[in-house]
Design a protein. Structure first.
Length: 187
């Protein structure tokens, strides 16, 4: 069974996290460990019609972002990696400089030190040099940066089509194949 840690931060784009959790919930061989920052919870209410309880119900295990004693705060907790979706620039900076101010940043720090897969879905535009340098630093440390940039070769018709494509990219990073995903077939 795969175990994936999912961090959700206060950047716009909470729907990406919701979609990922829904798709992972449908897979019986994946266990999800969710931690949401305070602003992630606020954005959930601002950007979606989902309640916090509905999102928590999509995860197998849920942690408080203030719980530095949680299982995911330790390298001895075996897992297949972590995705932060969406990732605020505050969180990116915190991880890049090892400042584990909350459980999202601490779990990412542990993921890096244990050399496990770390996927960052940054949600900010435009990107400043500071943002780019922090993302570059994380990429050099082995993190995979997968910004939510839409593809149009699959002729998206809805916002959900765009979200589905982004989720496919994140699932691909963890070696999870989604059969319904629209992929480039060549021209």
């Amino acid at each position: 069974m795969k175990k994936i840690v999912i961090g959700v931060t206060g950047a716009s784009g909470t729907i990406y996290a919701v979609d990922l959790l829904k798709k992972l919930r449908a897979l019986p061989d994946v266990e999800t460990h969710l931690v949401m920052s305070a602003w992630a919870k606020k954005n959930l209410a601002l950007e979606t019609d989902y309640t916090l309880d509905q999102i928590k119900a999509l995860a197998d295990v849920v942690y408080s972002d203030r719980d530095q004693g949680a299982a995911i705060a330790s390298g001895s907790f075996l897992n297949d990696g972590m995705v932060i979706v969406p990732a605020s620039m505050k969180t990116v900076a915190s991880i890049a400089y090892g400042f584990g101010e909350n459980l999202v940043a601490r779990a990412a720090d542990v993921t890096i030190k244990e050399q496990r897969k770390l996927v960052i879905v940054p949600r900010e535009t435009p990107l400043s040099v500071i943002h780019l340098e922090n993302l570059t630093k994380l990429a050099k440390l082995g993190a995979q940066i997968i910004p939510p940039i839409p593809a149009f070769y699959n002729h998206p018709q809805t916002i959900q089509d765009l979200v589905d494509h982004q989720t496919m990219k994140v699932l691909d990073a963890f070696g999870i194949h989604e059969p319904a995903a629209k992929r480039w077939e060549g021209d």
